[in-house]
Design a protein around this ligand. Structure first.
Ligand code: SAH
Ligand code: SF4
Ligand code: F3S
Length: 441
């Protein structure tokens, strides 16, 4: 039997899907090339914003038609959306045709549940939050040969007032230090050159372990970075996401000593207004945020820094939004991922007064994007004429005659070449700069 996994959502979900594919393959199922060729369709869901949820329900609705024409097809829906407290009602209304429903804790049990459906059981729902026997390591079917994602933390304790993640991913759990290093060593031996260390708040690594065993010498995030840096064969180490509240000056100093790590940093800001940051429960103000940027840049002047921003948080006034525009211009981010605030049921912000009209949010988003795009282009133009190390990844998506790669700071570079260059790190001179990428042609 063949399976197909369709993924929505963030890096964490993409990586969960690699694990889902890994456990299914280990259980003897084969991966199908497309949905049409699959007997088991698995949809890995995201509920970070309403738009994501609507898209996914549309997708699941279409699968119902496919299933009607293909009796025996098994439909499994897993991930964040299934872990929401409204799931019972949602399933009743829109999910009666689903065979298997799993939350974020039990996805590794999928093969067991598929067997039970094959043996005649009807809809199985497992959204239990018990993960006491969650394995340290799971088989993984990776999408990319050069760059691999590695979990170091699960869950989140921050409860930013707009965010659903702590409710659907649970409290922070650090993965075993030895298991992380073993996985990265194995990846390096298989030819992987770049690892992305994943967690909702990687800076918290070890806190839960330290609480559990106060006397033990538990490594922190800096120790993870140091240890992974020592693994030969891995050239680049990234991490996502780090929380500004927990990004200490000491951590910035350690990172500066690690050449594989220091070129890139994603540091979500969310808002440039101190009042809004407080209402978001972010735990820092713009001054503290700016101090981190200065500390990072003092050590590594050409570090690439990206961020996340939300516009239209409840109660955000025109002046507060203007503060965000000014602060974003001052921070000079290489790029920003910008989002319209989306109320999520069960979060404090969804109940706040002053919800902002969609049209106003969109207008603010357009103004913010214009400010950021001008900065991005300006920074990228500074690369013209410079020679940078480009790790070549493969053919360019837009023009298969050209190749694409990345700088140490994660900027995309379009270049000439052939498949023989894939996996090599080459010094290339930048000839042209665009808002979202560089060219070496
Ligand atoms: N743990 C990560 C964020 C993961 S979610 C961190 O804190 O950096 C990725 C981004 O989605 C967030 O940084 C935020 O900008 C955005 N986001 C989260 N909830 C949102 C909501 N309700 N509406 C709009 N954007 C949201
Ligand atoms: Fe959500 Fe905040 Fe946790 Fe990020 S740190 S996942 S934004 S609650
Ligand atoms: Fe990621 Fe979406 Fe879940 S952003 S953590 S897949 S809600």
């Amino acid at each position: 039997m063949k399976f197909f996994v369709k993924t929505f959502g963030c890096q964490m979900n993409e990586h969960d899907s690699e694990i889902i594919a890994g456990v299914m393959a280990s259980a003897g199922y084969q991966q199908a090339e497309d949905i049409g060729g699959a007997d088991i369709v698995i949809v890995n869901t995201c509920c970070i914003r309403e738009s994501a949820e609507n898209k996914i329900w549309g997708f699941i609705g279409n699968l119902k038609n496919l299933k009607d024409h293909k009796p025996g097809m098994i439909l499994a829906v897993v991930g964040c959306m299934m872990q929401q407290n409204t799931i019972g009602e949602m399933l009743h209304r829109r999910g009666r045709h689903l065979d298997i429903v799993l939350g974020t804790y039990q996805q590794h049990r999928l093969p067991e549940y598929v067997s039970r459906i094959l043996a005649g059981e009807k809809q199985i729902v497992d959204i239990s939050e018990d993960n006491r026997d969650f394995p340290d390591s799971l088989p993984t079917m990776r999408v990319n040969d050069l760059s691999a994602q590695v979990n170091i933390m699960y869950g989140c304790n921050n409860f930013c007032s707009y965010c659903i993640v702590p409710y659907v991913r649970g409290r922070e759990r650090s993965r075993d230090f030895g298991a992380i290093l073993a996985e990265v060593r194995e990846l390096a031996a298989a030819g992987v050159r770049e690892v992305m260390l994943l967690g909702q708040n990687v800076n918290s690594y070890g806190k839960d372990l330290r609480r559990a065993t106060p006397d033990a010498d538990v490594p922190d995030f800096a120790a993870v970075l140091r240890a992974v840096s020592e693994i030969e064969g891995i050239e680049r180490i990234r991490y996502m996401s780090s929380h500004p509240r927990d990004f200490s000056a000491e951590l910035a100093d350690v990172i500066a000593t690690l050449p594989k790590v220091r070129a890139y940093c994603h540091l979500p800001l969310q808002s440039g207004s101190d009042r809004v940051l407080r209402a978001m429960n972010r735990g820092y103000d713009t001054a503290a945020y700016y101090a981190i940027l200065e500390r990072i840049r003092r050590h590594t002047p050409d570090v690439v820094i990206t961020t996340d921003l939300i516009v239209g948080f409840p109660g955000e006034t025109g002046e507060e939004f203007a503060e965000t525009l000014d602060f974003v211009a001052k921070c000079r981010f290489d790029a920003a991922y910008t989002f319209l605030y989306s109320p999520r049921s069960g979060t404090p912000a969804a109940r706040m007064d002053g919800q902002i009209a969609e049209r106003e949010k969109k207008e603010r988003l357009a103004r913010l994007t214009a400010v950021q795009n001008a900065v991005s282009l300006d920074i990228n133009r500074g690369y013209i004429g410079r020679t940078v190390d480009v790790l070549v990844e493969g053919p360019s998506k837009n023009n298969p005659d050209l190749m694409t790669g990345r700088t140490p700071g994660n900027k995309i570079v379009i270049c000439r070449g052939d498949m023989g260059m894939v996996g090599q790190t080459l010094p290339l001179t930048i000839t042209e700069a665009k808002t979202w990428h560089l060219e070496a042609l």
